[in-house]
Design a protein around this ligand. Structure first.
Ligand code: PDD
Length: 291
């Protein structure tokens, strides 16, 4: 076992050591990035919103016209075995399906006889440190140069990779993607802003990944009476926000306190983020961990 990948991993119907989990170099995931993935957080060995993650996986498979190789029950038994065999209480389970390996390279789909490649493994869940949460992190803005189906959780992540590396090159944690003057999301997260006490979020369109954490945040806001407005947000609104947060299954809720070198609001994590973080932790600890 590496410090990051629990063993066994799952590959094409078998559980095996990572070193024995080989795929063909002709695999279309490798040649074309032709595949899909999911990342499911696991708290106290309970997968968080597993049905929602498997529904999004199905939507992405439908979006790329790839039949789901496993039933929901089969996915669940793979996921529960990976979780049971891993040494950590809190984990992140990665699922990936590609369009498989043909015996030649051709952009068009391979014959139906080519089986998809299914790969899954568990890792320790690494959430932001207390220091990151209490000080916030920095981010940059970049032009959103991705394709027009950002609602699909596909492997072809080169534009996201380049955007996040541009952030890392500048000592920042995330890159916020701006398309035609509007905030869409982060390179690997959804983005919320707060203005005058109202929580603002871009709507789910084909230009944004429908985050599972995004849904949880909107549900918690409704439960606790937090004012919310879901609508398109301009780059100007982002720059004049009182608070900016990034959210994802692994980052949970992380305040961004510096944007393009300028302080966000007063440069400190804001009160709405602190409240939402606490609601999220309570939800996780009371509902998820204790089942
Ligand atoms: N990324 N938007 C993008 C582009 C993402 O890659 C992610 C998550 C999200 C948040 O989705 P969720 O709340 O369901 O995690 C939004 C995962 C964690 C990843 O690629 O590792």
């Amino acid at each position: 076992m590496t410090a990051y990948v629990a063993e066994p991993v799952y590959l094409n119907g078998q559980f095996k050591p990572l070193a024995e989990a080989g795929v063909s170099p002709l695999d279309r995931g490798f040649l074309y990035g032709d595949g899909v993935y999911e990342v499911i957080p696991v708290y106290s060995r309970r997968p968080f919103r597993i049905d929602e993650h498997l529904t999004r996986l199905q939507a992405t498979l439908d979006g790329i016209r790839l039949a789901n190789p496993l039933t929901v029950d089969a996915w669940k038994s793979v996921i529960f075995k990976l979780i049971a065999d891993a040494p950590w209480e809190d984990q992140s389970v990665y699922l990936q399906v590609t369009r498989g390996a043909d015996d030649k390279r051709d952009h068009a789909f391979p014959p139906a006889s080519v089986a998809p490649t299914v790969f899954a493994f568990a890792s320790p869940l690494v959430t932001p440190s207390a220091e990151q949460r209490t000080r916030g992190v920095s981010a940059i803005t970049v032009a959103d140069e991705r394709w027009a189906r950002c609602d699909l959780k596909v492997l072809s992540l080169l534009a996201n990779v380049l955007a996040r590396q541009a952030a890392v090159d500048q000592g920042c944690t995330e890159a916020l993607l701006i398309r035609d003057g509007y905030l869409k999301e982060g390179a690997a997260s959804n983005i919320f802003i707060v203005k005058d006490g109202v929580l603002l979020a871009p709507p789910k369109t084909r230009l944004m990944l429908p985050g599972i954490t995004y849904d949880v945040i909107l549900e918690l806001a409704a439960t606790h009476g937090q004012a919310v407005d879901v609508r398109e947000l301009t780059e100007m609104e982002l720059r004049h926000a009182d608070e900016v947060w990034m959210t994802s299954s692994t980052k949970e809720i992380l305040p961004i306190t510096t944007l393009d070198g300028q302080p966000v609001g007063n440069g400190q994590p804001g009160p709405v983020a602190a409240r939402m973080w606490q609601w999220y932790q309570d939800f996780k600890n009371h509902i998820m961990r204790q089942g």
